[in-house]
Structure formats: structure tokens, C-alpha cells
Design a protein around this ligand. Structure first.
Ligand code: ADP
Ligand code: MG
Length: 247
């Protein structure tokens, strides 16, 4: 197999007596969607935050493109191509769709701005922003205020913002949360296409979506990965069925 883009080795993280991550090993390979499932409080978000740099592990390593990034900041990891979808609040609701995408592209360049006008005339930033909006299907909405978008469209914009940094991986924590059937389906189609551009580590509660999209699934229970396998392997795993799928 090809080298993993993301290689998590022996990650441990405790909050007081609570072991939220216990000796976590996990890989993400080019072209794949690796889903991370598990009950509430299992440690899924804690794990993704350690990968993205928002939380420092107690021990273990995060290897990204062959490089140990465990000590790097979130911003430094983002500049290396670690893309993630943020909570909705990361978008500026009063700004237009295009402006949010341009700000994303600016951030990807490591830039800050004092005056907004010159930023919106920067041809390179505009090109990146427009390409990202095109990928997620928001081109026709680019002049709308972000507050005018539906919940699902905002999720798509979050992905577009992440795309402006030409990510090498995508980390997504419950991107379908709160979406209706239509929004979920559209986002699933998008993720299905995106995996070719950058592999995706996907935390998702919607099992239909996970079973439809994932190349591999890891099951996290009380901070431990109890199983990793293909959709068929995970569905057939007795421990997983009782521990998580409730069968
Ligand atoms: P999941 O995303 O799988 O629902 P989390 O990673 O959010 O789970 O949380 C895992 C466990 O760690 C939970 O018991 C949660 O209460 C605890 N936890 C998460 N973040 C913190 C924190 N900053 N301080 C203390 N406990 C935390
Ligand atoms: Mg969570």
C-alpha cells in the first residue's frame, strides 16, 4: 500500500482520571474516506483536535506527509495542508459567500488584512476562492450574504473555505449534523468526490452515510479503538454490534 498521508501513532490523552485517547493508532491513505464512529463521549472530537493541533497529546505522534507535526500549532498544520471543517461560527455571517471564501484563501496564505477592499481585488485569492466555491456548487450564490444561506449551504461553504488551502487531508467532525435529507445527500456526494483530492477522516453519526461512503471504519469506545475494518468487516463484527450498533 502507499504511504499514509496521516499516521497516528500511540496517541494518549487524559483529562484528569479520564483516559479520552488510549494508545490510538490510525492511518489515512490517499483517496480514502476513513470514518470514525462511536458513542457520545467516546473521544472522537478529542482525537481529531489532537490531529489538528488544538489539543496536545500526553504522548504519541501525529505524522503528516511523513513529517512529525505533533509539536506544531493548528495554523502551522493548516499551512502544511491540514484542512478541516469548523463549526458554523467560523463563517462571517454578514459577509458574502465569496468574501468568506476569499478570507479563507487569505488565511491559507498565512495572511492577515487591515483593509478589506484590496483583499477582494487580489486576483490570486479571488481565483482560489471561486474555484473552491465552484467545487462545492455555490458559484451562483457567491454574492449572497452568508446569513441568507440554508444550513446545508453553509456546510458547503465551510468545505469551500477549507478547500482554499489546497488541503492534503480533510478532518471533518460531524459535517452532516443538523442537515435534512437533501442537504445530507448533497454533502455526501461532495465528500465522495473530494476524497480523490484529499483523503477524509470523517466523524459521523449517520450510519447510512458512513456505510455508503467509508472505505474503512474505526470504532472508538471509551477512548480505545476496538475495531478497524471495511464496511463489511465492521458490520459483521459482533463486538461492534453490541457495543455500538445496539444490536
Ligand atoms: P465524542 O466526540 O466522541 O462525543 P469527546 O472527544 O468530545 O467525545 O469527549 C470524550 C470524553 O472526554 C468525554 O467524556 C468528555 O466529557 C471528555 N472531555 C472532552 N474534552 C474535555 C476537556 N477539555 N476537559 C475535560 N474533559 C473533556
Ligand atoms: Mg464529538
Amino acid at each position: 500500500m502507499t504511504d499514509p498521508v496521516l499516521d497516528i501513532r500511540g496517541l494518549n490523552k487524559s483529562f484528569g482520571a479520564l483516559r479520552a485517547s488510549q494508545d490510538i493508532d490510525l492511518t489515512l491513505h490517499p483517496g480514502e474516506i476513513h470514518a470514525l464512529i462511536g458513542p457520545n463521549g467516546a473521544g472522537k472530537s478529542t482525537l481529531i483536535q489532537q490531529i489538528a493541533g488544538g489539543l496536545r497529546p500526553d504522548s504519541g505522534q501525529v505524522i503528516f506527509d511523513g513529517r512529525d507535526v505533533t509539536g506544531l500549532s493548528t495554523a502551522a498544520r493548516a499551512r502544511l495542508g491540514m484542512g478541516r471543517t469548523f463549526q458554523i461560527s467560523a463563517l462571517a455571517m454578514d459577509y458574502t459567500v465569496l468574501q468568506n471564501a476569499v478570507l479563507g484563501a487569505l488565511g491559507a496564505r498565512g495572511g492577515v488584512y487591515r483593509f478589506f477592499r484590496p483583499v477582494m481585488r487580489d486576483a490570486d485569492l479571488l481565483a482560489r476562492a471561486r474555484a473552491a466555491l465552484d467545487t462545492v456548487g455555490l458559484t451562483e450564490f457567491q454574492a449572497l450574504r452568508t446569513s441568507e444561506l440554508s444550513h446545508g449551504q453553509r456546510r458547503q461553504l465551510e468545505v469551500a473555505v477549507a478547500l482554499t488551502l489546497s488541503p492534503r487531508v480533510f478532518l471533518m467532525d460531524e459535517p452532516m449534523a443538523g442537515l435534512g435529507a437533501d442537504g445530507s445527500r448533497r454533502l455526501m456526494e461532495m465528500l465522495d468526490d473530494l476524497r480523490a483530492q484529499a483523503p477524509i477522516l470523517l466523524i459521523e453519526h449517520d450510519m447510512d452515510a458512513v456505510f455508503a461512503l467509508a472505505d474503512r471504519i474505526s470504532v472508538l469506545v471509551y477512548g480505545q479503538i476496538v475495531a478497524t475494518g471495511t464496511v463489511d468487516e465492521i458490520r459483521a463484527n459482533a463486538e461492534v454490534r453490541t457495543a455500538y450498533l445496539g444490536e
